[in-house]
Ligand binder design. Structure first.
Ligand SMILES: [Zn+2]
Length: 251
């Protein structure tokens, strides 16, 4: 077996292991980073070699299967609060996508802008709160992304329209969700919904078992571009309301 093939196989194995890991989680994966932050703060006063701080956090956050979570944490090397922080936190590194290596990163410039008119007829004069419009410039391209506030939990990127997009083809949207999330199991609850937002039509792909929600939004009168929203299951309804405000400001 040649080197390239071996590398591919080990990558594939890593992917499968991650899928298995995510499947083993007793609660939504996005709760864990918050738990680690909480432990980081609370452990200043030391660990009494129990999981009392973790239990407090889980109670506060309305987690109902606390025993199951505690058992899962100890199975993964976290028998007490300090071990949970020391041994389990790294397992969730995958939630922060790998940083683009520094050389490439240097060439990327991000800038907040207040209005935008592109040569493919996207035009907005005023970006409504709480949205920010970010212009991302790299060596040979410019991209535009709206985001709510300062963080990346909900982003909307502007894309020039792909003619291959078939509005009515559920399978295409399902496959896009799978490709983008790289989640390829527990898909029986993956649903495609079509909603109307003013003059715009949107496709919502979501799955009650998973966090990522993907929304594609187009305007039939102006098919040259589309907006693609990335958000999360727990917040997508509120984000769609904010998204409507944004759409209303597009000229
Ligand atoms: Zn400890």
């Amino acid at each position: 077996m040649d080197k390239k093939k071996r590398k591919e196989l080990s990558k594939q194995r890593e992917k499968e292991e991650l899928v298995e890991f995510r499947q083993s989680l007793p609660i939504n994966e996005n709760i864990f980073p918050k738990l680690f932050d909480f432990l980081d703060d609370e452990l200043e006063h030391g660990c009494d070699h129990s999981s009392v701080i973790t239990k407090t956090f889980l109670q506060k956050n309305g987690v109902s299967n606390i025993d199951e979570v505690i058992e899962w944490l100890s199975e993964n090397g976290g028998y007490c609060d300090c071990e949970i922080l020391a041994n389990v936190e790294d397992l969730f590194d995958y939630l922060n996508p790998p940083k683009i290596n520094s050389i490439v990163k240097k060439d990327i410039h991000k800038q907040k802008i207040n209005s935008l008119k592109t040569d493919f007829c996207f035009h907005i004069e005023k970006v409504p709160s709480p949205w920010n419009l970010i212009e991302i410039t790299s060596t040979n391209s410019k991209e535009y992304q709206f985001q709510i506030g300062k963080n990346n939990n909900c982003t909307v990127s502007l894309q020039s329209h792909l003619s291959s997009f078939q509005y009515d083809n559920d399978e295409q949207w399902i496959n896009l969700w799978i490709n983008e999330t790289e989640l390829n199991y527990n898909l029986e609850d993956l649903t495609i919904e079509r909603i109307q937002l003013g003059n715009y039509s949107a496709i919502v792909a979501k799955n009650k078992n998973w966090t990522p929600v993907k929304i594609w939004c187009t305007n039939k009168d102006n098919p040259q571009w589309l907006l693609k929203m990335n958000t999360e299951l727990s917040r997508h309804k509120g984000d769609i309301k904010e998204f409507e405000k944004l759409l209303n400001n597009i000229l």
